[in-house]
Structures are given as structure tokens and as C-alpha cells.
Design a binder for this molecule. Structure first.
Ligand code: ATP
Length: 558
């Protein structure tokens, strides 16, 4: 126990080398799920772990896995064998899990070798790497089956000790059922298994039957591990018409009411470019992330976003794309564009320091909402989720509220608070919005989409070859290029002060003039950073609330 009586990492029975790596990462205490899972895993139990997004599930399986490997290697002198398999639904997660495993084994003097079969070059490279028998292999089910079958089917039969299935709720929905069954047939009869998921769907229950034996289920209550109903994540919605979403997003971004690193979610790839082109009109630059873009570029965009190079990413999560649709999308006139069926940048990916998640389009399912808002308020950070709700999306909002309240034990109306926005105060902006939207035609979206794919394909090739030798050049490669420069109208960059609602005039004018101002508002909370105590500031958005007193102060993150 620590001085504060809380459980410490060294209470969990972990190897000193792992404790050293944890200290290097600056983690003070285990998260609740780590505290519960690690001792049981070290006892050799099969575990089904259900905990909210961002609660630290990766280390909850990675630390026991690494410990087991260290123990086995210290007592074995035989040939190297693959001892751990980590199965994930997407390529992005494969590289992220590999990175985490490497960080957590960084003080083990190179004793543990980890291979990411999704991101280690050509099939020939993977085969060579597999024949060297890394200790842990990470990858998607299809890539794993394909590569392992190509080397030698028996490679896993002898030596495998631990099987991990991360983001288990997504594995079947990404269409991997057959691959998983094939993979399981290649494994030895006895091994320890961990299933991890942010939701307990029917797919997870099916996987549980296939994979776990006499397992322990660890299910932290949302309120306990500070889930979607926690105080670290503040959730709002604004009801508006479809067209007013553009007016709102303009106002929120341009007036600095949504500040800092922000992920803007839309449901369709076309919507990504519509929103990006719209924002371009006002000189607001954003990157896009969707399944059409090459994997290398996507990873680089996420890395650069995490480094703080970009503030805005417009992303899709394209639920169900990989599920039987062949990974292709119609794009008019019979043309088909290739999508990556293993795309999943929004699922489980550790975007760092995200202050706001904005659902420009409301997600189609409660699961998808949970995964989206889980990109903020991760680890020990705070964050805000704001959903713009058109009339057609109100049923979806109700479904999410029911789901969150049933998990968090709150009344359904109190989870995602209404952000009472007085539209009349921003009517003055409407003509600019109409003007900007006029320039975002179907043709311009198509053109931008093709241009982006072309540019990113080139970037991706450069990322593969040139940048390996010239890592410095990597930093100047940008993913938020203006796609339709001819259509950008420079005068729209600035907001004439007479259009700014009175309550915000002083603050915004300062910003528009380019002066550095301290973040003035926690309106849509600047949550990605750690919560600063005792800082009560005036919330300019309150001037838009018709009944401000109805929104409790705490819900504004103060
Ligand atoms: N004990 C800890 N202390 C501080 N930060 C931590 C701790 N454990 C994990 N983190 C950080 O918290 C963030 C979220 O962790 P992780 O990606 O493992 O969450 P997750 O539960 O797997 O989320 P998701 O379901 O979205 O994949 C990461 O940035 C990670 O580095």
C-alpha cells in the first residue's frame, strides 16, 4: 500500500524489471482494472475483463503476459518458442499494442522480442521474423492465420502459454469469426487466455465460450472506474437541424468555445470531406482519417496528432464496413474505392490528450458512441464529448442514454446534458455558412477525396522508404493540406467583431487579433489535460443558455 492507502504497482507481485519500466512511463498507481486483473492473471486464471475505454486494459494483460514470459525464459534453455499471441481487430491496434508491450518490457535487456505481423513489411519479412520465434506475436486474426499458415502450422503448437484477445467486442463484428476458429485449431490444448472488451456484447459471450476455461469475469462498474458517466468525462448534446450543425461547428471552433485537440466524428467518408472542405473555407485546417487512406499515413497522422501538430481530426468509424461488404464502397457511377477492412482508427486507438470529441453525426449504435467518446478522458485525463443531434438522430441519443444510465446507475436524462444554445445569438453567421456550403458541392467533395487518396498514397510510399533513412523529414510531412485552395475565401478567416455575440466580444476579439490569450472558457471543457483545481472561470456559453441554472455547475466540469 502507498502512503495514501491505495494499491501500488509493487503490491501486485510484478517483476522488478517491469516495475522499472512502469516508473519510466511515469505511472504512479495501477488503474482499478489493473489492480484487480494483474494478481489474478499472475495466479494463472483465465480472465474476461470488461472495463471502459481508456481504463488501462492494455497493461492489465501486457504486464502478466510479460511476467510469464520472463519466468519461462529464466527456467528454459531450449529452442525459442512463441509464448504469447495478442489478437486485435485492426492494424492500428496491432502497432499500438506492440508499442505498449515494448515500452513495458524496455527494462528487460532485450529479453522479450515482440513481432507485429501487421506492420513489419512484406509477407517475406514477416515469415523470416516468425521463423526466428519471437516471444510475442501481435496481429489481426486474418494476418495471423495467413502468415502462420505460410510458415509452418505447428509453430504455435509447442510453447504457447498465453492468448490475448483485445477489443474482443469488435473481433467478430469485423468479420474475423472464421479466422479465429482456424487460429484456435492451431493452438495447443492448454494455455492461459485473456479476453478484453469495453462492452459485453453477444459476440464477446460467443468468444468467451470458444476461448476461456473456468474463467473469472472482471467487470468494473462504470462509476467505479470512472466510465462514460464519470466526472472526468463531461457529456453534452445540442439539438439542431442537420444544416445548423455547420453553423454550430463554425461557431464552436471559430469562437474558441471548443478549444484544443478535438476529434470530429462523422458517419460516412463523404462526410469527412464535406466537413473538411467546409472548415477550410474559414481557414480551419483539419486532417481526415478514414478507411480509404493508406495505413502508413493513418498511423503517421495519429502519431503527429499525439505530438500536438494538429488540433482537429475529422474521422469516420464506419461501423460494419468490414463485415461482409468486401471492404469496398460505392462512390457513384459504378466506381468502387478500396477500403481497408482492418481500419479501426477510432476503436481502441490511444489518441493522446484529446480534449473534445464532437459527434458531428451521431453514431449508429451505443457501442460506437462508447468507443468514440472513449478517445477522450483517457487514463487520468479529463475530456468533453459533445453530440450534435438532428431530429432523425434523437432516437439514437435516447438509446445511448438508456445504455449509459443502466451501466452507471444514473437517471437517463442526467448522463448527456443538454447544452442550451441560443441559436438566435449566432444568426449573424448564417449567411457565411450558406456561402461556404455553396462551395462544398458533390463534385468538389469527389475531387477532394480523390486528391487526398492520391496525396496520401504518395505520402505512404515515402513513409515506407524515404523516411526510414531520413526520419527528420518525417516531421515536415503534413496530412492537413488544404484540398481546394481555389475555393478558400480569405475574408472568411476573420470574424467581424459586430457579428460576435456580445458576451464573447472581448475574448474573441483578442484571439482574432492574434494575441495569445489564456484559455478563457471551459464551455466545452478543455478537458484533455489534467483537471486544474480551484480555477473557476466564466463560461461564455452560459450566455447562450436559455435556462442556465438548469445546467449544474459540476456538469460544466468546474
Ligand atoms: N496506471 C496507469 N497510470 C497512468 N496512465 C495509465 C496507466 N495505465 C494506462 N495508462 C494510460 O492510459 C491510456 C489508456 O490506456 P489503454 O490504451 O490501455 O486503455 P484501454 O482500456 O485499452 O482503452 P480502449 O478500450 O480504448 O482500448 C494510455 O495512454 C496509457 O498509457
Amino acid at each position: 500500500m502507498g502512503d495514501d492507502g491505495g494499491v501500488q504497482f509493487h503490491d501486485l507481485g510484478l517483476d522488478d524489471r517491469l516495475l522499472k519500466a512502469i516508473a519510466k512511463l511515469g505511472w504512479a498507481n495501477p488503474t482499478l482494472i489493473q489492480e484487480k486483473a494483474i494478481p489474478l492473471a499472475l495466479e494463472g486464471k483465465d480472465l474476461l475483463i470488461k472495463a471502459k475505454t481508456g481504463s488501462g486494459k492494455t497493461a492489465a494483460y501486457a504486464l502478466p503476459l510479460l511476467q510469464k514470459i520472463l519466468q519461462s525464459k529464466s527456467s528454459s534453455t531450449g529452442e525459442p518458442v512463441i509464448r504469447g499471441l495478442v489478437i486485435v481487430p485492426t492494424k492500428e491496434l496491432s502497432s499500438q499494442a506492440t508499442k505498449n508491450l515494448k515500452e513495458l518490457s524496455a527494462s528487460c535487456s532485450g529479453l522479450v522480442r515482440v513481432l507485429d505481423v501487421c506492420n513489419c513489411g512484406t509477407a517475406a519479412n514477416v515469415r523470416t521474423a516468425l521463423t526466428e520465434r519471437p516471444d510475442i506475436v501481435v496481429g489481426t486474426p486474418s494476418r495471423m492465420v495467413g502468415q502462420i499458415a505460410a510458415v509452418e502450422k505447428e509453430v504455435l503448437k509447442y510453447g504457447l502459454e498465453v492468448l490475448v484477445m483485445d477489443e474482443a467486442d469488435l473481433l467478430f463484428s469485423f468479420g474475423y469469426e472464421e479466422n479465429i476458429k482456424t487460429l484456435l485449431s492451431l493452438l495447443p490444448p492448454i494455455y492461459q487466455s485473456f479476453l478484453l472488451s469495453a462492452t459485453l456484447s453477444d459476440d464477446v459471450k460467443s468468444l468467451k465460450k470458444l476461448v476461456l476455461h473456468n474463467s473469472v469475469t472482471l467487470r468494473t462498474r462504470e462509476a467505479e472506474d470512472e466510465g462514460p458517466t464519470s466526472s472526468r468525462l463531461t457529456q453534452f448534446h445540442i439539438k439542431c437541424s442537420r444544416d445548423d450543425k455547420f453553423l454550430l461547428i463554425y461557431t464552436l471552433l471559430k469562437l474558441g468555445l471548443v478549444k484544443g485537440k478535438t476529434l470530429l466524428f462523422v458517419n460516412e467518408i463523404e462526410g469527412c470531406y464535406r466537413l473538411k472542405l467546409f472548415l477550410e473555407q474559414f481557414s480551419i485546417r483539419a486532417c481526415v482519417l478514414n478507411s480509404e487512406l493508406p495505413h502508413n499515413s493513418r498511423c503517421h497522422t495519429v502519431e503527429e496528432f499525439n505530438r500536438g501538430i494538429y488540433d482537429y481530426v475529422v474521422a469516420t468509424d464506419e461501423v460494419g464496413v468490414a463485415n461482409g461488404a468486401g471492404g469496398r464502397e460505392g462512390s457513384g457511377k459504378g466506381r468502387k474505392r478500396k477500403r481497408d477492412r482492418e481500419y479501426g482508427v477510432c476503436r481502441g486507438v490511444d489518441f493522446q490528450g484529446v480534449e473534445n470529441v464532437v459527434n458531428f453525426d451521431f453514431p449508429p449504435t451505443p457501442e460506437s458512441y462508447i468507443h468514440r467518446v472513449g478517445r477522450t478522458a483517457r487514463g487520468v485525463d479529463c475530456g468533453t464529448a459533445l453530440s450534435l443531434i438532428s431530429q432523425e438522430e434523437e432516437a439514437g441519443l435516447a438509446a445511448v442514454e438508456d445504455r449509459l444510465s443502466s451501466e452507471g446507475g444514473e437517471s437517463s436524462s442526467s448522463v448527456i446534458k443538454p447544452y442550451r444554445f441560443k441559436m438566435s445569438e449566432i444568426e449573424g453567421f448564417r449567411y457565411r455558412i450558406t456561402d461556404a456550403l455553396r462551395a462544398v458541392t458533390k463534385a468538389s467533395i469527389r475531387e477532394a477525396r480523390l486528391k487526398e487518396i492520391r496525396v496520401e498514397a504518395i505520402n505512404s510510399e515515402r513513409l515506407k522508404s524515404h523516411f526510414e533513412d531520413n526520419p527528420r523529414d518525417l516531421q515536415v510531412l503534413r496530412h492537413d493540406q488544404v484540398l481546394q485552395p481555389k475555393r478558400v475565401q480569405p475574408h472568411l478567416k476573420h470574424i467581424p467583431s459586430y457579428l460576435i455575440p456580445k458576451a464573447l466580444r472581448t475574448e474573441v476579439t483578442k484571439e482574432v487579433k492574434g494575441k495569445k490569450v489564456r484559455p478563457s472558457s471551459t464551455a466545452v471543457r478543455r478537458g484533455g489535460g489534467r483537471r486544474k483545481k480551484n480555477k473557476v472561470r466564466i463560461d461564455p456559453l452560459k450566455t447562450f443558455t436559455s435556462k442556465p441554472t438548469k445546467v449544474p455547475r459540476t456538469s460544466r466540469g468546474k
